[in-house]
Design a binder for this molecule. Structure first.
Ligand code: DC
Length: 233
């Protein structure tokens, strides 16, 4: 049929945004609603960091990180879970140690390039009709050909408020000012990553996620996906 994509590649929707914007929750829920695969690109960075620390390599050394990556069997499950050598990783990726080292790993342009190649290859797998990928540069760098690119926008104060609440909910006593300062520092560091810096690009749909409930935000996203029709890539 004219205009139809003849390749078996999956359709892609990307949700990018800063830490604490809620993009992972939305991407996971959207993928489930569509029956697509969720690609949590942050979890891939975390899994690589986990392997680097397990190998007792230096996350600040790009060559060491690349060498670890070249030997890794990394795979993603439909719910976004990342498997390392066949082992599903969950809470191991959310430790303070990983939090502290993952930015070092993600700062190396050569590492980003190599990891992006792995993430891109997920699109060629025939297992899923579509991917919903979240990250910082999922739409701008990893999947530039995505059918729909969304930037999830939330103020620094609201993101800090949510992170603080989440910490309290799991019994971690943290001062709000510390959470705010930590996010501000991370925003600054990520904003220095050139093309991979998290920001809304031309053509992105901007989802204001400051106030809406998850349900409202998902409804809006589903409307956007439906409005694409069946012909776009
Ligand atoms: O979203 P998260 O907190 O799980 O991300 C973990 C780290 O990986 C964080 O330092 C940002 C980085 N990251 C990135 O640089 N590019 C992506 N596409 C996804 C995550």
């Amino acid at each position: 049929m004219p205009g139809e994509d003849p390749s078996p590649r999956a359709r892609v929707v990307t949700l990018d945004g800063l830490s604490g914007s809620g993009k992972s929750t939305l991407a996971r829920r959207l993928a489930a609603a569509l029956g697509w695969t969720f690609v949590d690109s942050g979890a891939w960075y975390r899994a690589l960091t986990f392997a680097v620390l397990e190998a007792e390599e230096d996350p600040r050394n790009a060559d060491s990180v690349l060498s670890v990556l070249s030997q890794l069997d990394l795979a993603g499950q439909a719910d976004g879970t990342v498997c390392l050598d066949g082992r599903a990783l969950g809470a191991e990726l959310r430790t303070a140690r990983i939090d502290a080292a993952v930015s070092d790993v993600a700062d190396h342009p050569s590492v980003r390039q190599a990891l992006n190649q792995r993430l891109r290859s997920l699109r060629n797998s025939a297992q899923h009709p579509g991917l919903v990928a979240d990250g910082r540069d999922a739409g701008s760098v990893i999947y530039p050909e995505a059918s729909l690119k969304v930037f999830v926008d939330v103020s620094l104060e609201e993101r800090a408020r949510r992170r603080h609440q989440q910490a309290l909910a799991i019994g971690q006593e943290r001062a709000f000012a510390d959470v705010l300062a930590g996010l501000r520092e991370r925003d600054q560091r990520e904003s220095e990553r050139g093309a991979a810096a998290p920001r809304a690009h031309q053509g992105d749909r901007v989802l204001d996620n400051e106030k809406p409930s998850v349900e409202e935000a998902i409804r809006r996203l589903l409307d956007w996906v439906k409005s694409l029709g069946t012909q776009s890539p």
